[in-house]
Design a protein around this ligand. Sequence first.
Ligand code: GDP
Ligand code: MN
Length: 392
Amino acid sequence: MDLVEFQGKQLFGRNGVPVPPEGSVCRTVDQIVAAAEQHLGDGHGAVVVKAQVKTGGRGKAGGVKLASSVDEAREHAESILGLDIKGHTVNIVYVEPASDIAEEYYLSVMHDRVDKGHLVICSREGGVDIEEVNRTNPDAVVKRKLTPHETVDGLATDTAREIVAEANLPEEVRDATADLLVKLFAAYKAEDATLAEINPLIRRPDDSVIALDSKVSLDASAAFRHDGYTEWQIEGLEANSPLEAEAQAKGIQYVKLDGQVGVLGNGAGLVMATLDVVAQSGGQAANFLDVGGGASADAMAQSLDLVLKDPDVKSVFINIFGGITRGEEVAGGIIEATKRLGDFPQKLVVRLDGTNADEGRRMLEEADLPSVIPAATMQEAAAKAVELAGQA
Ligand code: GDP
Ligand code: MN
């Protein structure tokens, strides 16, 4: 899960990484004006109005602007709200007391998938595209690999000092930057981030260093350790995939794919086999969802709700082999879900087998739901679902 700038800064702040004075999260021009008024009134000489979207290069796109008066802030509010930055519409703007910048550096920690460790990158040339710096002047970019073994107790201060010295940061800021790096690494670990990037890390005129920008990605696999990352889910920000986020929050395994058939099954093995039969029938799955081994009627309803919300889904293939999950439970779930969901255009092709399958099939038959089409075998169900999706 990717955070926007102000969230990344909140995450930094609570882990002791120095950030600018707290700003205001705004959604309207009036809110931006009020926030500017407040911060300027508090004695800050200027505010910076910053688009909050999940992409970089906001400055270049006109999404980051300084204002030293309320009128200026209003002008920026009007130009930034609704702005399109690389396909992301600006719905949220962060108004922060502006910082004085003496120099701009680059600092980040990230997962190194190739070496299965951590990678710290530090450069004296920040505030610009670091990949560009790496191409044109690779010597200016220090990349230090750290093994998990080396960092069990966090990043050692000595190592942090070595890194900032190697990056040739000015003497005056080395201690403060090393200290910040140790905290950044601790934040990255504690919050289960896969990336914690600061660009620019700024040197202020008093030689203190703070994170002026943030880019933080959190490890989706660790969501269960952080309440499903619900604290970071806010309205107005498109998630990478809103449905995946919703599934995660509900503890459901959901994966988005490119086709038109929604696939819902119990157990990872059966779900994989289902994808294969759909493919053999000439179709493609739009997504797949594993309702798990002991899925209750409620879980079934929640899962179906998710699958149907995917606008790519033209038909749904529900493939259940009853083991722990009994046939009548599944049937109950399907009936409950269709009632709860009201009208939906897609048909549900249901193949039910295993424990109490007969009872389940009978319940579905009696419920006489117009959206449900029973199928006797996996192959038959797949062929029907693919046909309904208009792919046959
Ligand atoms: P990005 O373009 O998406 O990376 O957004 P940043 O937050 O990095 O801002 C882009 C640039 O705007 C920075 O590199 C700074 O040069 C400038 N900027 C951002 N905030 C401030 C601020 O508080 N004061 C000053 N003077 N410049 C700022
Ligand atoms: Mn930046």
